[in-house]
Ligand binder design. Structure first.
Ligand SMILES: C[S@@+](CC[C@H](N)C(=O)[O-])C[C@H]1O[C@@H](n2cnc3c(N)ncnc32)[C@H](O)[C@@H]1O
Length: 396
């Protein structure tokens, strides 16, 4: 493909991504994967270049652009190499017309910028939400150690005790250490969220919103496969991804429990008041993960945010029923908005006088409310709010 044809393909893909974001349909990475599957004429170099163009254009726009072409024209304003490729050549993008509409730049739609600012995320910290994420690994201590694991390329240790950092795009999935389950791909922020749980061998630990089990596997390693580890979620598909990953990681005896929304305690009844620790990695707006999914800014609206905050409060109340006296709830969201983080946690403590905040000692992050915030700019991790509450023991 010519460079101009790649630009035109990126424009067409952006049209689909914009449409899907408006309809809250497929995410950008899925749209790209499908397009590459159906357009085999695009070789690996073409695919890489088109992907780069698409994501650079998404990052260059703040609010949802009117069209893919308007988004690419916005990118052309910031990258002088792009405009000459609108050359009208065969399969290429049509020349730029006088006064053509150009999408607006910025960090996010204005209502979200205001919510971030109200949560203390502004200027450089807000801009860093759109940085490119590095590739972080967690060495799986069930099978290997960070100091001795053998990898084909050098990796930098991170602040997480078992973390390593590589350049984005390193094909780790093809490495023998990955296939052997010695390493997992996991952002440093996620690793620190798991560290905050402080899971110990022999404990009963519930990963209430386990999804595909990324954090469950880190908990299994911390527990050295000893104790009871329960991974639950309402999404059958996501939960089903855990078993093969657990097998590769050598994580034994993780109980997976599929939950019915609003009837979670029915499936978890045997653990009521029994858990040493409950991790609530709640569904959230994902404002801390825009480095990976920059078009998620276009999917979110105030109604969805309100639905999510209601669900988070509800899940925290479920966790409060599961934790035993002396046990702990660790609340995690990959969001930087206070209504999903510090505010949500304060509200939990206000609803449950038997829960007391517990200080966390993490190697990165800054206090936010009664928890800790990690942020892509200062911490070079995904954005997270992490807080811990312990259930007080009844007086003897
Ligand atoms: C942030 S994701 C979890 C990611 C996962 N912990 C990981 O590390 O890969 C939030 C999860 O909450 C799940 N969820 C949504 N509603 C739920 C509910 N009522 N009970 C339990 N899980 C729920 C979603 O299906 C989603 O997998």
């Amino acid at each position: 493909m010519t460079p101009a044809a790649r630009v035109q393909s990126a424009i067409e893909l952006l049209d689909r991504i914009v449409e899907a974001a408006r309809a809250k349909a497929a995410p950008a990475d899925r749209i790209l994967a499908e397009w590459f599957r159906n357009n085999r004429f695009a070789g690996s170099k073409d695919r890489r270049a088109i992907r780069e163009l698409v994501y650079a254009a998404i990052r260059a726009c703040g609010p949802v652009p009117a069209s893919g072409r308007a988004a690419m024209l916005r990118l052309a304003e910031t990258d002088p190499a792009i405009a000459p490729l609108f050359d009208g050549s065969n399969y290429g993008a049509a020349p730029i017309a006088e006064g053509e509409p150009v999408a607006e730049g910025g960090v996010a739609p204005s209502w979200l910028i205001a919510r971030l600012a109200a949560s203390g995320v502004e200027d450089g910290e807000a801009e860093a939400l759109l940085d490119r994420a590095p590739l972080d690994l967690r060495v799986n201590t069930l099978k290997a150690e960070r100091a001795t694991v053998t990898l084909p390329e050098p990796a930098e240790p991170t602040a997480a005790p078992h973390g390593l950092r590589l350049t984005t795009g390193t094909p780790v999935e093809q490495w023998p250490a990955f296939r052997a389950g010695e390493i997992e791909v996991q952002d440093t922020g996620s690793q620190l969220a798991c560290l905050a749980v402080g899971a110990q061998p022999g404990e009963t630990v519930i990963d209430l919103c386990a999804g595909g089990g990324g954090k469950t596997l880190a908990l299994a390693a911390a527990m050295d496969n000893q104790g009871r580890l329960i991974a639950s979620d309402t999404d059958r598909n996501r939960l089903s991804r855990l078993a093969p990953r657990a097998e590769r990681a050598g994580a034994a005896d993780i109980a997976t429990i599929l939950l019915n929304p609003q009837r979670e305690m029915e499936a978890l009844a045997e653990f009521a008041g029994e858990a040493d620790a409950v991790l609530v990695d709640a569904p959230c707006s994902g404002t801390g993960t825009w480095r990976r999914n920059p078009e998620a800014r276009w999917r979110l609206d105030e109604q969805e945010l309100s639905r999510l905050t209601t669900l988070q409060a509800y899940l925290l109340d479920v966790a409060a029923r599961l934790v035993k006296p002396g046990g702990r709830i660790v609340y995690v969201t990959c969001s930087l908005l206070d209504e999903e983080g510090a505010g949500q946690f304060d509200a939990l403590l206000a609803r449950h006088p038997d829960l007391q905040p517990r200080a966390l000692a993490l190697p990165l992050g800054r206090p936010r409310g009664q928890g800790i915030r990690l942020s892509p700019g200062p911490d070079s991790t995904d954005g997270f709010f992490i807080a811990c509450a312990a259930r007080v023991q009844a007086a003897a």
